[in-house]
Design a protein around this ligand. Sequence first.
Ligand code: SF4
Ligand code: SF4
Length: 136
Amino acid sequence: MHPHGHPAGDDPPAHGSIRLIEDKCTSCMICVRECPTWCIHIESHSEELPPTAPGHPSRGRERRHNVLDSFDIDWSLCMYCGICIEECPFDALEWAGPHVPGVDSRQALVHDRSILTSTHQLHTQPQPDPAPGQQP
Ligand code: SF4
Ligand code: SF4
């Protein structure tokens, strides 16, 4: 059963899990700000690009760009509203496959960038063992 009560396999395919298309993401943070449940967490840093000008590689202004360090979605908070997908100005998020299946621990519902970029991994992520003496 999905954490929000959707039976597995009973969900409309159009609003399943979300895939991150990493090459398109600029770490602009718009999805983080627009998500109504604050379930997206991104970390990034800025890097300087060498100055380039046509025909003069050593001239021109230096440019900076964001480099994505981490991108997590906490599926225990996500309500599948699609606002992040709609608001991303770079089409870096898209619906992909069925809802994330229910798991035994909250921690397993936080999917990182390696999982979010692969729908195959998204639905086959191994669940971590609960700590000794801890309820899952
Ligand atoms: S679908 Fe909605 S709740 Fe889920 S991550 Fe996107 S904006 Fe947040
Ligand atoms: S809105 Fe799109 S480009 Fe911006 S951080 Fe989110 S996924 Fe990346």
